[in-house]
Ligand binder design. Structure first.
Ligand SMILES: O=P(O)(O)OC[C@H]1O[C@](O)(COP(=O)(O)O)[C@@H](O)[C@@H]1O
Ligand SMILES: [Mg+2]
Ligand SMILES: [Mg+2]
Length: 297
């Protein structure tokens, strides 16, 4: 389902807090990146989803928690790396973060990201409570995508923590040319596999899957197409987490004129009230998401 009717902040104070969150993310990203070389190893701990944390996941979480938590307008901080959300003040907004998305890509030195979601409700919040969302992509260039006030902007972040707006009002190209589907193919459902085979038949499309949602999603924003991490036979809710990954990516894609789905409805309409709940994720051009929903019906 497409939207363009995403929720946005309407008070001056919330708008200011969102700008401050964006500033913290942008100015912390170079530090996160600089801290990566010595942290490409597993820590002793598991995160609440049962995955082994990398030292870099913990490092990025601690930095972001400290800095986002210090903002007056933020009352709660949560991340993929901690079991509960924490109270950080009495502001109006809550921030949920995936400090490093795709951290299994650290070992082979491939793309990763940092995702943030700003909600005007206590955590776990609902997709319709989102008032802004965005991500940093640690690629050859550090870029940041921000969806707020009904449009999506792209920035380049420099090593000295300055950042520059390079593209305003980012929208998906009409003709989608790339696709990327997560999960082991033998673990896909029959309906999803049939859909994937249909998508592949179009000679104008090619496979691009990197194993970091942010890298894969940014290709869809750049070239159009579809990214899915579907529900699997062994894991009907898939792998990606609603609060930290599904909602913010759905919000960004819908703000950019694309569509998002859990297989039957917009990601923003998913009802899950557990902080670390998972959901199937499908994002891309509206026509492809319509076809996906028809195929999974
Ligand atoms: O290794 P797989 O099964 O392809 O999974 C890749 C997916 O897992 C993730 O890495 C999960 O995110 P985290 O690294 O934040 O746990 C996504 O970024 C990516 O889409
Ligand atoms: Mg992630
Ligand atoms: Mg992560």
């Amino acid at each position: 389902m497409a939207a363009h009717d995403v929720n946005t902040a309407d008070s001056t104070e919330d708008v200011r807090t969102i700008d401050q969150v964006v500033d913290v993310i942008a100015t912390t990203a170079p530090e996160i990146r600089t801290g990566l070389p010595g942290r490409r190893v597993a820590s002793e701990e598991e995160n609440p989803s049962g995955e082994t944390q990398m030292a870099a996941d913990v490092f990025a979480d601690v930095l972001l928690c400290e800095r986002i938590g210090a903002l007056d307008g933020v009352s709660e901080y949560a991340s993929e790396e901690r079991p509960e959300s924490i109270d950080v003040g009495s502001g109006n907004l809550s921030v949920a973060v995936d400090p490093l998305d795709g951290s299994s890509n650290l070992k082979p030195n491939n793309t990763m990201g940092t995702i943030f979601a700003v909600y005007d409700a206590p955590l776990p919040a609902h997709g319709r409570d989102l008032v802004a969302a965005g991500y940093v992509l640690y690629g050859p260039v550090m870029t940041m995508i921000v969806a707020r006030k009904g449009s999506v902007d792209e920035f380049v972040i420099y090593d000295d923590s300055s950042y520059e707006l390079v593209r305003e009002d980012v929208t998906l190209p009409d003709e989608g040319t790339v696709y990327g589907f997560g999960g082991r193919v033998p673990d896909w459902t029959e309906d999803f596999e049939n859909f994937a085979r249909e998508v592949e038949q179009d000679a104008s499309r090619k496979l691009r899957y990197g194993g970091s949602m942010i890298g894969d999603v940014n290709q869809i924003l750049s070239y159009g197409g579809i990214f899915s991490y579907p529900g699997l036979q062994s894991a009907p809710e898939g792998k990606l987490r609603v609060q930290f990954e599904g909602y913010p990516i759905g919000y960004i894609l819908e703000t950019a004129g694309g569509a998002s789905s859990d297989g039957t409805q917009s990601l923003l309409d998913v009802d899950k009230d557990e902080l670390h709940a998972r959901t199937p994720v499908h994002i891309g051009n509206e026509s492809l998401i319509d076809d996906l929903e028809a195929a999974l019906d």
